[in-house]
Design a binder for this molecule. Structure first.
Ligand SMILES: Cc1c2[nH]c(c1CCC(=O)O)Cc1[nH]c(c(CCC(=O)O)c1C)Cc1[nH]c(c(CCC(=O)O)c1C)Cc1[nH]c(c(C)c1CCC(=O)O)C2
Length: 410
């Protein structure tokens, strides 16, 4: 067969195989992908952590009939819930995030996790001693255990039909380990921290094992159609600076490089990676900005204009990792965030004032320079009026577009 025909057949095979598609292919709105790769956009793309959740009456209605993890495990339900905010806020949200939970990884590793009404996650048999790690599956078949998430992603991509990109996610190893040992939410994390300090080596082994499962799971999500990925280290801020660098950061790095390496060995291009290390950026923003992610998500404890300068200084030449796939260019690190979610309770006037502040560089906001994905600094909480979230989204559109045209503000 001639070379020309072979090349043609190859490119046809690539186009017809969804796994070979670049994340932006077939999208009507690729704003968030452009921002995630360091491009300054005509307005800030916006999505909201926990945008599919209890503040939405349509979600609560569905939850009356279906248990939480049943929703996660039934692809049609998970896809439907993922679409709820996209439909309600048509044209205002620039990404969907797959409905699931970070605790599906401990489940895949062999632990039982329940979601108790009013109380949140509960592990009836948490890890107590390092010998309990024996109870975890030695080799986790992620496709078998969490294939339902991949199917939910495929179904959601069909429902989205290119309107906006779909974000996949997982929990970070330290946050997951903390849940596996505490057995649920916690105030002081005494049990999980006791492990770190009493059994540092076994803790590191466990963190590494969790990270390996995270990598497989994220790679599978990209192959199924996730177009960005976010890693949630919700409890990063519970650790001292040095403990964060010992017990969390290395595994965040392991995930970023592991996902890039694994995808580089397949025909599936890598997608932008977002790191959310909540509460750790006051001491470790430069380290997080150099950990191999495209986007650093900020909580509200960091001032955007300061974060911009710190990240710029940490990565003067753009991304320091050897670019692969979607990230070949060594582009600048993008920022995501970071309004205090409680402002959504303060009424439309306060929301507008705070969004404007977040958008304007002169007021310490993200300003017109550098790539920015607008979001809250943590998840939206159950008591928020959905119309107030609509106002937040509209204000982001309005003020970020205004500021994008005014670089002289800096
Ligand atoms: C720590 C954490 C969890 N889960 C998650 C995190 C990291 C983000 C963060 O820090 O908030 C991540 C998560 N959980 C959920 C999503 C879905 C996608 C989205 O819309 O963002 C995502 C991305 C659904 C959910 N996960 C949960 C709900 C509500 C449960 C219900 O319907 O009864 C939803 C919509 C339950 C959950 N799941 C978890 C907790 C602590 C709780 C109970 C408290 C709470 O509701 O905030 C663990």
């Amino acid at each position: 067969m001639s070379r020309a025909i072979l090349t043609h057949l190859n490119s046809f095979a690539k186009k017809s195989n969804p796994e070979c598609r670049r994340p932006e292919e077939g999208l009507q709105n690729d704003l968030i992908l452009r921002a995630a790769r360091g491009e300054e956009t005509e307005r800030a793309p916006v999505w909201v952590m926990r945008q599919a959740g209890r503040y939405l009456p349509e979600f609560r209605q569905l939850r009356e009939k279906h248990e939480f993890f049943e929703c996660c495990r039934t692809p049609a339900l998970a896809a439907e819930i993922t679409m709820q905010p996209i439909r309600r806020y048509a044209g205002l949200l620039d990404a969907a995030i797959i409905f699931s939970d970070i605790l599906v990884i401990p489940q895949a590793m062999g632990l039982v996790v329940e979601m108790l009404p009013q109380k949140g996650p509960h592990f009836p048999d948490p890890l107590v001693e390092p010998s309990d790690v024996e109870r975890l599956r030695k080799k986790v078949d992620v496709e078998k255990e969490l294939g339902y998430v991949y199917e939910a992603i495929r179904q959601t991509r069909r429902l989205l039909d290119g309107q906006v990109p779909l974000i996949g996610f997982c929990g970070a190893p330290w946050t997951l380990m903390a849940y596996m040992i505490e057995g649920g939410g916690s105030r002081g994390f005494e049990k999980a921290k006791k492990w770190l300090f009493k059994h540092p080596e076994q803790s590191k082994e466990l963190l590494e094992r969790i990270a390996d499962v995270c990598i497989d799971f994220l790679v599978g999500q990209v192959k199924a159609g996730a177009q960005l990925l976010q890693v949630f280290d919700s409890w990063a801020g519970e650790l001292s600076p040095s403990d964060f660098r010992t017990f969390s950061l290395p595994y965040l790095r392991q995930i970023a490089s592991g996902v890039r390496d694994a995808l580089s060995r397949t025909s599936t291009p890598c997608v932008p990676l977002i790191c959310f290390a909540k509460g750790a950026l006051g001491h470790s923003l430069p380290e997080v900005a150099k950990s191999g992610y495209d986007v650093v998500a900020l909580d509200w404890l960091v001032e955007p204009s300061v974060a911009r300068r710190v990240v710029e200084l940490a990565n003067p030449g753009g991304n320091s990792y050897k670019g692969l796939g979607a990230n070949e260019a060594g582009h600048k690190i993008a920022l995501q965030g970071n309004m205090d979610p409680s402002i959504l309770y303060a009424g439309k006037e306060a929301i507008e004032r705070e969004v404007e502040k977040m958008c304007r560089a002169r007021k310490g906001g993200f300003g017109g320079q550098g790539a920015w994905i607008a979001n809250l600094g943590h998840g939206i909480t159950p008591g928020v009026d959905p119309e107030d979230l609509r106002h937040f989204l509209k204000c982001i559109h309005k003020y970020s577009r205004e500021v994008a045209g005014q670089k002289d503000e800096e």
